[in-house]
Design a protein around this ligand. Structure first.
Ligand SMILES: NC(=O)c1ccc[n+]([C@@H]2O[C@H](COP(=O)([O-])OP(=O)(O)OC[C@H]3O[C@@H](n4cnc5c(N)ncnc54)[C@H](O)[C@@H]3O)[C@@H](O)[C@H]2O)c1
Length: 271
């Protein structure tokens, strides 16, 4: 069975494990988004979802996707660099849901010129922007979620990539931002643990999405990954989504502060 078939078979798996649970998903831009794959998986396991979209430019595309889900899902505008957006988002989620069980952070951004060339040339502005959007935002959205998760406990998952700990050509400033994000996962896990709120990261192998295509030489990255990975293939987005589901759900109840690699065994390889 090929990797794609394995993932497709897993995709049809559904349950009532998340029935009655409420999840907020950040980072759907289009049907290829990892956030969308996670949303569909959470929905198949019974969760009710709320979504954000970054701006009017992608509102229509997100709206169209969201209406395909069986349960009505509220949609909120949210640019994570705007504190008023985050406040309005959580006011809206509180009004719609009352409580929140799960938070999915699938947000990253760096300027195109900072995803190629020499890292030494990264501008101060580009550095700050990449870190604000891709790492600091985890703190601000977790802070908004905390009071809504206090009653029932909760679980937060953020998406990350191997470029945080290994040098990946052209990933550059985003590697530094992901290192910060992953550290944030651990600090938040410690801080929110007493409230029974778990925080974990899913480190995905390369997946062909809008954000990924912004990385110079991304197609080469996919080829290289396929050749080197233990499973001799790239990951399917459904496999990433299934791991996020596992970590969020009661199945992951003993896990917090971890980064789980869903990379078809790429990271373990030396030579
Ligand atoms: N695609 C991959 O190969 C890969 C691998 C590992 C990790 N990831 C991570 O997965 C996550 C999702 O990315 P994706 O690959 O699905 O791409 P994507 O382009 O579909 O998603 C990125 C999202 O970030 C949002 N975003 C950017 N700036 C924002 C801002 N200021 N405010 C609010 N939202 C903002 C975009 O609107 C978009 O929805 C990212 O954290 C990415 O780094 C991706």
């Amino acid at each position: 069975m090929s990797g794609a078939e394995t993932a497709q078979n897993e995709q049809v798996f559904s349950s009532n494990l998340l029935q009655g649970k409420k999840a907020l998903v950040l980072g759907v831009a289009n049907k290829r988004s990892i956030a969308w794959a996670i949303a569909q998986t959470l929905s198949r396991h019974g969760a009710q979802l709320a979504f954000t979209y970054q701006g009017d430019r992608i509102k229509d595309s997100v709206e169209k996707l969201v209406t395909t889900l069986p349960k009505k899902s509220p949609l909120f505008p949210c640019d994570v660099t705007k504190p008023e957006d985050i406040k309005n988002l959580y006011d809206g989620v509180r009004a719609e849901f009352g409580t929140l069980n799960y938070l999915v952070h699938c947000i990253a951004f760096a300027k195109k010129e900072d995803l190629e060339g020499r890292i030494i040339d990264t501008s101060r502005e580009g550095y700050l922007m990449a870190h604000e959007v891709s790492a600091y935002s985890l703190l601000t959205v977790a802070k908004g979620a905390e009071p809504l998760m206090e009653k029932e406990g909760g679980s937060i998952v953020a998406l990350t990539y191997l470029g945080s700990e290994k040098v990946v050509q052209n990933y550059n400033v985003m590697g530094m931002a992901k290192a910060s994000l992953e550290s944030g996962v651990r600090y938040l896990a410690h801080e929110l643990g007493p409230k029974n709120i778990r925080v974990n990261g899913v480190s995905a192998g390369p997946v062909n999405t809008l954000a990924a295509r912004g990385i110079s030489g991304f197609t080469k990255m996919l080829d290289f990954h396929r050749q080197k990975a233990a499973l001799c293939r790239n990951v399917e987005v459904e496999e990433v989504a299934n791991t996020a589901f596992f970590l969020l759900s009661p199945l992951g109840s003993g896990i917090t502060g971890e980064i789980i690699y869903v990379d078809a065994g790429y990271r373990i390889m030396g030579m």
